[in-house]
Design a protein around this ligand. Structure first.
Ligand SMILES: Cc1cc2nc3c(=O)[nH]c(=O)nc-3n(C[C@H](O)[C@H](O)[C@H](O)COP(=O)(O)O)c2cc1C
Length: 170
C-alpha cells in the first residue's frame, strides 16, 4: 500500500466490535507514536491506555456517546506543557502540534493494521483530568478509540476542498 492509499483508507470509525486489540498490534501502534517528530525533539506527550472496565468507564463519562462506548480501548493523548517547545519570538506553545502528529501516526498505524480509530476532541477535558487524576502539567487533549470494525462500520460521506482552494503558489 502506498502512503496515499493508506491515508485514503483511514476514516473516522464510529462503530466497533467488542474484540480486544492484540498486544502486538497495540505495541506496534504505540511505537509509531513514539517515533513521531516534535519541535526540538522535546516529545512533550504522554499516552494513557484505557482498557480495564474501570478506566473505560471513566473515559466514557467524558464523552458520553453510544458509538464511543463500543470501542474496547481508548488512548488518552496528553500534552505535557512544561516539556513542550515555546517559540522564543512569541512564546507559542507547540505541544498541540506535536501531539497532533503523534496522534495521526497512531490513526494511520491502526488503519494499516486493519483497525479503526477516530479523533475525539469534543470531550470534557476538565472532567477527564479529574477522573484520571492527571498531574497539573498535563492536558488531556485527544481521545483515540481503537477497535476492530463492527460489521456496520462505514465512512460518513465527507468531502475535501480541492487543491486549487488550499494551495497558493507564491
Ligand atoms: C482535531 C480533531 C478533532 C475531532 N474531534 C471529533 C470529535 O470530538 N468527535 C467526532 O465524532 N469526530 C471528531 N473528529 C473527526 C472529524 O469529524 C473527521 O476527521 C472529519 O469529519 C473527516 O472525516 P474522516 O475522518 O472520516 O475522513 C475530529 C477530528 C480532528 C482532526
Amino acid at each position: 500500500m502506498t502512503f496515499q492509499q493508506l491515508a485514503k483508507t483511514r476514516y473516522s470509525v464510529r462503530s466497533y466490535s467488542s474484540e480486544p486489540i492484540a498486544e502486538e498490534q497495540l505495541n506496534y501502534i504505540l511505537e509509531c507514536a513514539r517515533i513521531a517528530p516534535s519541535a526540538v525533539n522535546f516529545q512533550p506527550w504522554h499516552f494513557y491506555i484505557a482498557r480495564s472496565a474501570d478506566a473505560l468507564d471513566k473515559v466514557r463519562q467524558t464523552y458520553p456517546r453510544s458509538w464511543f462506548a463500543t470501542a474496547p480501548l481508548v488512548i488518552v493523548g496528553c500534552i505535557r506543557h512544561d516539556q513542550s517547545w515555546h517559540r522564543p519570538t512569541d512564546q507559542k506553545d507547540h505541544g498541540d502540534i506535536d501531539l497532533a502528529i503523534a496522534t495521526e501516526h497512531i490513526c494511520l498505524a491502526a488503519a494499516e493494521q486493519g483497525l479503526g480509530t477516530c479523533w475525539v476532541c469534543n470531550f470534557d477535558a476538565q472532567l477527564c483530568h479529574q477522573l484520571l487524576c492527571l498531574p497539573p502539567n498535563e492536558e488531556a487533549a485527544v481521545l483515540i478509540p481503537i477497535g476492530h470494525l463492527a460489521p456496520d462500520a462505514a465512512p460518513r460521506p465527507t468531502t475535501r476542498k480541492p487543491l486549487t482552494e488550499i494551495v497558493t503558489d507564491l
